[in-house]
Design a protein around this ligand. Structure first.
Ligand code: GLN
Length: 348
């Protein structure tokens, strides 16, 4: 358009156009800059608050390692790390953030994302369900009491139903999908911790019973044996708190991994994933967590917890001692403190 204006006219118009555009730009900067500054977190503040949380809660010794999976009982209970990722791709780490531990149930949120992404929101609602059970994560009573049976993808029943829903020609191909999804969120190659896998595979009778019960109710969509095995492998994938912060940070950034810039899950599916995490991410303590912290989150019996402040940051903390519900004591305290200090509560 502008090029079609004759040269002399262009010249006479230019100063005005420039000064008008210039004024507008200055005005916009004056209005928007303080807003951006108020919302964006200063790196120094993030580092300070993470350090405070680590120092403050290192001395907490309550709880105990998960012992129903023998290998988890062997992990040093003093390990403690916190990592936070902002959508610009920066990751802040404190403590043992290079230590690799098993992802356990945290993986369930990302495989739920894969089910929603590949099969749609209705498939999740109809074939698994999204309500909280109010029961422990490996509850058989919940399956008997609640008509949906698998109930939601963040308890063992629903997580195994999620694995069974993934479509693949062979267990190997399905495993490639599962690992690929976790790697997409983490932004790097991940591997199974074989000692954890072997220990859990040798002691997962209860999960086998759950899968069999789901099959009896017509709520498992592939065979029991391969489903339980793939689920056990999925839980044994090794991650650091740094990885988990990137995984949570990807959800905070609307499904785009800030490290690889790849769209791992569509932006339009993120709210449903976060909703499931908000209602069921910390098992039967999900209500207390949401009341106190106000962020969708997911825990694992390996001692990790991730939480997502949409648009602001993804955070992860790791320490092996768990409370009665199976949630890391120090990780809960650390994330609660950091959210209180940095803001992010979705209800505020
Ligand atoms: N692999 C564990 C199990 O199936 C996961 C449980 C958890 O992290 N809450 O029991």
């Amino acid at each position: 358009m502008f090029n079609q204006i004759s040269a002399p006219l262009k010249q006479s118009l230019l100063p005005d156009v420039r000064s008008f555009a210039g004024c507008l730009a200055l005005l916009l900067i004056a209005i928007v800059a303080p807003m951006v500054q108020a919302k964006g977190l200063a790196p120094a503040d993030i580092e300070r608050v993470l350090g405070e949380a680590h120092r403050q809660f290192s001395g907490v010794k309550n709880g105990a390692n998960a012992n129903y999976i023998p290998a988890l009982d062997q992990v040093n209970p003093e390990l403690f790390s916190i990592s936070l990722m902002t959508p610009d791709g920066r990751v802040y780490d404190v403590g043992d953030s290079n230590y690799t531990f098993s992802i356990q149930s945290i993986s369930k949120a990302f495989i739920a994302a894969q089910v929603i992404e590949t099969q749609g929101k209705d498939a999740m609602l109809e074939q698994i369900g999204v309500d909280a059970t109010g029961q422990p994560f490996n509850s058989i009573k919940a399956i008997e009491m609640i008509d949906e049976r698998s109930v939601n993808p963040l308890v063992n029943a629903g997580a195994m139903a999620s694995v069974s829903m993934l479509k693949a020609d062979s267990p190997e191909a399905k495993w490639a999908q599962i690992l690929g999804t976790l790697e997409g969120f983490a932004g790097r190659k991940l591997t199974v911790m074989e000692d954890i896998y072997a220990s859990e595979a040798a002691s997962n009778d209860r999960n086998q019973a759950i899968a069999k019960l789901l099959e009896a109710y017509g709520r498992l969509y592939d065979d029991v044996e391969s489903t339980v095995d793939l689920y056990t492998r999925q839980c044994s994938v090794g991650v650091t708190s740094h990885d988990l912060a990137v995984m949570a940070g990807t959800l905070a950034a609307g499904g785009i991994n800030p490290v690889t810039q790849k769209q791992v899950v569509s932006r339009e599916n993120v709210p449903e994933i976060l909703a499931i995490m908000a209602t069921a991410g910390l098992y039967d303590d999900s209500g207390i967590w949401l009341y106190n912290v106000g962020l969708p989150a997911k825990s694992g019996v390996g001692g990790g917890i991730v939480a997502v402040a949409p648009g602001e940051y993804g955070i992860a903390a790791f320490s092996p001692r768990l409370d009665e519900a199976g949630n890391s004591v120090r990780a809960q305290l650390a994330i609660a403190y950091i959210v209180e200090q940095l803001g992010g509560n979705i209800f505020e």
